[in-house]
Design a protein around this ligand. Structure first.
Ligand code: GDP
Ligand code: MN
Length: 397
């Protein structure tokens, strides 16, 4: 589950990480009130208006702007809220901005003593360990740095049995070229950041930039946080931060039905039982010259109701030109699944408007094939994997 910048910063602050202070606003008036409050609390003269959407690269897309006075706060916030923000990380339509963060300006104009670093904590799935990635080249061009000068990005792996050790935090601060107060501040920053990551059950905390001010304070200016969905049951305070408006609406609906659904860009919808078989089915579609439109694991029960729900979810994606059903019938016998598919198809009437290829394998597979073939519906049956692939190819041609 991804969070907004302001939510990530809230979590950081609760673990003692210094952050650029800010207040969320939903309209221009709230923005002006927030700016006044920030000036009273921090003494800041200028403010930064930051679009709160689940996408990076906001600075490049006009989603981060400086306001030099309250009139500018009002104008910029008024214009930003409601706009579709397009950044290098959004689709061409962009993302609708529902709220902005009014933040204190923490960069002093003409100040050459400030530096922007990059620091993130992520799970390295290859080694099964958390790692801290960091670079002196923080700021808006980090993707470019990673691409053309990857040696400027360092990593530090954390042993899960010991956690972050003090020498590792010092090594990071040293490699970032810091000394004196800034060095000490950075070791504290790294330790608190790592604690925030672990104790919130996150799989990513990316802080870019981490700012060193000219008076040697180290603070988080941005925060990109992703919390492990599987841990949300025990992190209620964070699960309440979910903003469904930022998520794919079909995935949200499928999730509510208990379907494991991931929306993809292709033209062949798939309905499969079991995650491994679903992955193999997506390969099969590719080999047949199609592109999977989704990943969908319907789980253990493939009765008529379940199949119909799954068909309806798949067909919400208008790019779907055919559906491949690939079900292994073990305890759920294939003939029962076949009857379920036929019944679901009939219930859907005109809503079912693409050809369906059904491959049922396992108990009573041959009986199931007869049920499909004799249904009189536009359903193509297959028993073998290759046969199913060929039929997908034929309906796409
Ligand atoms: P992103 O582009 O979505 O990653 O958004 P960020 O929160 O990282 O902001 C983009 C850039 O805006 C940063 O890299 C900073 O250079 C700049 N920025 C952020 N806060 C301030 C601020 O308080 N003052 C000034 N002058 N620039 C800021
Ligand atoms: Mn950033």
């Amino acid at each position: 589950m991804n969070l907004h910048e302001y939510q990530g910063k809230e979590i950081l602050a609760s673990f003692g990480v210094r952050i650029q202070r800010g207040i969320v606003a939903h309209n221009a008036k709230e923005a002006v009130d927030a700016a006044k409050q920030l000036t009273a609390e921090t003494g800041t003269g200028w403010h930064v208006i930051k679009a709160q959407v689940h996408a990076g690269g906001r600075g490049k897309g006009g989603g981060v702007k400086i306001a030099k006075n309250l009139k500018e706060v009002e104008e910029i916030a008024g214009q930003m809220i409601g706009m579709n923000l397009i950044t290098p990380q959004t689709s061409a339509e962009g993302k609708k901005v529902h709220q902005v963060l009014i933040a204190e300006d923490v960069y002093y104009p003409g100040d050459s003593e400030t530096s922007e670093f990059y620091v993130s904590v992520v799970l390295n799935r290859g080694t099964g360990k958390n790692m801290i990635m960091y670079s002196t080249e923080g700021g808006m061009d980090i993707e470019e740095v990673a691409e053309s000068t990857p040696h400027l990005i360092f990593t530090e792996e954390i042993d899960p049995s010991t956690g972050l050790l003090p020498f590792q935090a010092r090594k990071i601060a040293f490699n970032l070229g810091l000394s004196g107060t800034a060095f000490k501040e950075m070791t504290k920053f790294i330790a608190s950041l790592y604690k925030a990551y672990v104790e919130s059950d996150s799989n990513m905390f990316e802080i870019n930039p981490v700012l060193k001010t000219s008076d040697d304070k180290i603070m988080a200016v941005d925060a990109k946080v992703s919390i492990d969905d599987n841990a949300l049951y025990r992190r209620k305070q964070y699960s309440e931060m979910r903003d469904l408006r930022e998520e794919n609406p079909i995935e949200v609906e499928a999730g509510a039905l208990g379907l494991n659904y991931v929306d993809l860009d292709g033209n062949v919808g798939c309905m499969v039982n079991g995650a491994g078989l679903a992955m193999a089915t997506m390969d099969l579609i590719k080999m047949a010259g199609g592109e999977p439109a989704n990943f969908l694991d319907v789980g253990g029960t493939a009765d008529a109701k379940r199949v119909e729900e799954a068909f309806r979810i798949i067909l919400k994606d208008k790019g779907v030109k055919a559906i491949l059903v690939n079900i292994f019938g073990g305890i759920v016998r294939c003939d029962r699944v076949a009857n379920g598919i036929v019944e679901a198809y009939k219930n859907m009437g005109d809503a079912m408007n693409v050809p369906i290829i059904v491959r049922l394998q396992g108990t009573n597979a041959e009986i199931a094939k007869d049920i499909i073939d004799n249904s009189g519906l536009e359903v193509h049956s297959a028993v073998q994997f290759q046969e199913a692939a060929d039929k997908v190819k034929a309906v796409l041609a």
